[in-house]
Design a protein around this ligand. Sequence first.
Ligand SMILES: [Zn+2]
Length: 568
Amino acid sequence: MAHLKWMRVCGCVVARYAEYMSLRSLLPVFSGSLILTAAAIAAQTAASPSHANLLRGNYSELRANNDLLSYDLRVRVDPAKQFISGENTIRFRMLRDGTRIQLDLSETLKVEKILLGRTELKYERDSGAVFVDFPKALKQGKTYSVEFFYSGYPKEIGRFGGLTFKKDPAGRDWITTSCEDDGASVWWPNKDQWRDEVESMRLRVAVPNGLMDVSNGRFSGKRDLGDGYTEWAWKVHYPINNYDVALNIADYTHFSDKLGKLTLDYYVLPENLEKAKAQFAQVKPMLQAYQHYFGEYPFIKDGYKLVEVPYLGMEHQSAVAYGNKYENGYLGRDWAGVGISKKFDFIIIHESGHEWFGNAVTAADMSDMWIHEGWTTYMEGLYVEYLYGKPDAIKYLNGLKSHLKNDRPIVVSDADGKTIHGTNQQPTQDQYFKGALMINTLRSVVDDDAKWFDLIRGFYQDFKYKNILTEDVVSYFNARTGMDLTPIFDQYLRHVAIPMLELKFEPGLVSYRWKADVKAFAMPLKVGDPTKWETIHPTEEWQAMKTSLGKEEFKVATDLYYVKVEKE
Ligand SMILES: [Zn+2]
C-alpha cells in the first residue's frame, strides 16, 4: 500500500480523498469477511518502533517521577530568518525523590541553558529527549520550576509542518503550528507525552509589529517591546495537551460573537472576512448540538476561537485551526458520500467536536487515540441527528464505511489483541470510522435512546479534564449498563475483523451464531422484517428461531449494528 498517499484530517490519517476513491477499486477489499491470519496481523502491528519513538512514547520512570503543574512559554518568532528563540518555565511536583527527569526538544533545536533557580543544570540529549540532571535529589511532594532556554531553525516535519513559515495569498507572513503526530517538542521544550498535562499555561509570543499571534486560552494583553516586536499574551485556564498548544501568526482580522456566556472569537485573513462571517454561522448550532448531548463547552474561561490556517484543520484547544476554504463538506466534497456531508463544514464540526473528546477527555497514550477520533466522528453523527434527525445520522455514519480499510486493529495491539503502549505509534485511520460505527452499534445494544444519551453524557462528564485508556471506557460502560460489553469492545477495537453473523435457513426456521475472534462473543441484534425488527441474542453456539421469511426477505439491521452477515 506504499503507493497510497495519506493525509491527516486533524491528527490522523485519512486517505487523500480523490486518490483514495480512484485507488479503492484496485485494492484488496478487506470487508470483514476476510479474517487476516494472526501472522499477518502481527506483521502489520509489530513493526519495531525506533529508538526515538520509544523515547518519545514510553512513560519512563524519568517522566513518571514527576507531575506537571504549569508551563510558562515565551517565544520570539523571526519570520525573516525563520528563527525562533525563547524559554519555557516548567513547573512540576516530584512524585518520588529523584535526580533526573526527562524533557523533550527536537534535535534540530539548540538547548541554550536549563536553570533551577540560578543553578545551571547539566543535561544529556538522546534524539528528541533531554535528560536533565539535578545536583541534589529533588524531594517527593515538593514543587520545582526549571527554566528551559532554547533557540533554532525549526525544520518542517509531518503533513502540517510542525512549525511553518508561510505567506498568505497577499504575501504577508503566515506562521502556524500543528504537531500532533511529531510532538510539540518539534518547536518548544516540554514533557512531550500524552499521559500528563499541565493544569494551566501561559503563552507570550513576540512577533514583528503588524502581525498578530493567536494562541490558546484567553487573550491577556499585548505589549510593544520597543524593538519592532509586539508580545501577545494568552492564558490557558485548563489542562491542555502539548500538541494542542499553538501559534497562529498572521495579519488577522478579528470578529466576535457570543453564545450565552461563551465568547466566540474568529481570526481570519482580511480578504476572507465576509466569507468567514457567513460560514462561521455554523458554529452556534454546532456548539448547541454538542452542549445538548454532552454538557457545557469545556473551556468557557478560555472561550471558543476559530483561527484561519494554511492547512486543513486541527483541534487546537480553544483556538481551533480552520483551513476548509469556507466550503461545506470536506474541502467541498461529499465526505460520507450519502448526500449529507455538504450540509455542513466538516472542519468546523469535526475539529470543534474534539474540544469534548481529545481536549477535555484525552487518551493517555497514542495507542488509544480512538478515544479522540472515534468519539469525535460519532459526534459528527450526533450533530447531524440534532439538526436533521436520527435517520440522517444513521445514514451519515454508515456512509463512512466507504473509508474503512480494515487493515489493523484500531487500538495499537499485538497479535493476541493486547495493547502496545508507549511506542508513539499512531493507530490506523479506521479509528475514526470503525470507532464511530462501534459506538453506534453500542447504542443499538443498549437499545434505549434515553438511557444511551444519559450514558454518553455521563461518560464525558466523568472523564472530562482526565487522561484515560480504553480500559477506563470499557469499565465505565460495563458498570453503568450492568452488561458485560468487554467482548464487544475487544472485538471492534483489538481485532481487524468485525463480528460475523452466520445464518442457516430451513423451511420455517433460521439458525444463527456469531463468528468472532473474541472467545464467548455475544451481542444482541435486530433481525427479520425491518418494519418490525425482532431482537435475538446470538452467541457462538447455534440457536434457531421460527420465521416465515425466506433467505432473501430475512434482514439484519446492519445500519444499526456494524456487523457482517453470511447467509447459507
Ligand atoms: Zn479528529
